[in-house]
Design a binder for this molecule. Structure first.
Ligand SMILES: C[S@@+](CC[C@H](N)C(=O)[O-])C[C@H]1O[C@@H](n2cnc3c(N)ncnc32)[C@H](O)[C@@H]1O
Length: 287
C-alpha cells in the first residue's frame, strides 16, 4: 500500500510538473519543432505507420509525435494522444486545430493503465515519456495488450548523460551548489532508460518480438547561450525542480555559469549541443 502511494505521488508530481511548464512549451514550440522534428519522422518510420492506421501516442504533451502521425495516416486513420497533463494537451489541441487536422484527439490518462480495449491500435508511438513512469514493465504489458497482433511500438527516450550535454550542462552547474545524492538509476527521471537494453529487455519480457534499439546522435542548435538557458529552463520540468532549490543569489550565479559553460559548444553557426536519444522499436507477435 505504501509503495502504491509512492507511485501515485510520482504520477501526481509528473502531472503538476508538466502542467506548470505547458506555457513554456507553447512559447518555444516553433523552435523545438524545428530542432527535433527529425525524431518524429524516425518514430513514424519505426512504427511503420500507414494510411488508415489507428495510432496511440503515449505522453503526447503538446502533440509530438502525434501531429506528424496524424498527417501520415491521413483522414482515413486516426491518432489518439494520451497524457497526464491537461494543459500540455490543450496546447496540442490548439496546434491540431491550426493545422486543420480532424483525425486527432487528446485525452488525459496514465500510460501505466491504458483505458482502451485490447487490440484496439495498429501502432503505438512515444517521445520522451516512458522514462518518467514509476512502473515501466506494467506499462510495457499495457502497450502489448492494446496493440493489434503484428503492430509496432516505436519509442524515443533519453540515452547516456555523457552524450547529452544539452541536458547535463545545467545539471553539472546545479551540482556545484547542491549536495545532490547520486542519481538512482531505477527511479523515474530523465535518464531512467538511458542504459542499453533496459527498455528493450522490459519489452521482451512483455512479449514483444523483433526488438531493436539504436542510440541516435544529433545536435540541438541555439543562436546564443542565453537562448539555450531561457528555453531549457522554460520547458524542462525536472531541471526546473532542481534549480528551484537554489537561493536567489545562487540562481543568478548558476545562470552565468551555465551560459558561460555553453560557450564551449560554439560553432560558426551558433551553439550546437549534442543529444543522444535511444530509439527503441518492438513488434507484438502476429499471433
Ligand atoms: C518531456 S514531455 C514529452 C512530450 C512530447 N511527447 C514531446 O516529445 O514533445 C513528457 C510528457 O510525458 C507525460 N507523462 C509523464 N508521465 C506520464 C504518465 N504516467 N502517463 C501519461 N503521460 C505521462 C508528461 O505529462 C509530459 O507531457
Amino acid at each position: 500500500m505504501a509503495q502504491q502511494q509512492t507511485q501515485d505521488q510520482i504520477i501526481d508530481g509528473q502531472r503538476q510538473d508538466w502542467n506548470r511548464v505547458a506555457g513554456g512549451w507553447e512559447k518555444w514550440d516553433r523552435f523545438f519543432d524545428e530542432q527535433m522534428a527529425f525524431l518524429n519522422h524516425r518514430l513514424v518510420a519505426d512504427a511503420r505507420l500507414r494510411t488508415g492506421f489507428r495510432v496511440l501516442d503515449l505522453g503526447s504533451g503538446t502533440g509530438y509525435p502525434a501531429l506528424l502521425a496524424a498527417q501520415t495516416v491521413g483522414p482515413g486513420g486516426s491518432i489518439l494522444g494520451i497524457d497526464l497533463a491537461e494543459q500540455m494537451l490543450d496546447a496540442a489541441r490548439r496546434k491540431a486545430a491550426s493545422l486543420k487536422l480532424s483525425n486527432i484527439s487528446f485525452q488525459t490518462g496514465d500510460v501505466t493503465t491504458l483505458p482502451f480495449e485490447s487490440a484496439s491500435f495498429d501502432a503505438v508511438i512515444s517521445r520522451f515519456c516512458l522514462m518518467f513512469l514509476p512502473e515501466i514493465p506494467k506499462a510495457s504489458a499495457e502497450i502489448a495488450r492494446v496493440l493489434k497482433p503484428g503492430g509496432w511500438l516505436a519509442a524515443a527516450v533519453w540515452s547516456a548523460p555523457e552524450r547529452n550535454a544539452y541536458l547535463t550542462t545545467p545539471l553539472a552547474v546545479i551540482k556545484q551548489f547542491l549536495d545532490l545524492p547520486p542519481p538512482d538509476s531505477t527511479a523515474p527521471g530523465i535518464f531512467r532508460l538511458a542504459k542499453p537494453g533496459d527498455l528493450a529487455g522490459m519489452l521482451e519480457k512483455a512479449g514483444f518480438t523483433s526488438v531493436t534499439e539504436e542510440e541516435f546522435l544529433a545536435e540541438v542548435r541555439f543562436p546564443s547561450g542565453e537562448e539555450y538557458y531561457e528555453s531549457l529552463m522554460d520547458i524542462a520540468a525536472p531541471i526546473q525542480n532542481l534549480f528551484a532549490k537554489l537561493s536567489e543569489q545562487q540562481k543568478t550565479e548558476a545562470r552565468q555559469r551555465i551560459v558561460s559553460s555553453i560557450g564551449q559548444f560554439r560553432t560558426v553557426d551558433g551553439i550546437a549541443l549534442p543529444i543522444a536519444v535511444r530509439m527503441v522499436a518492438a513488434r507484438k507477435p502476429l499471433g
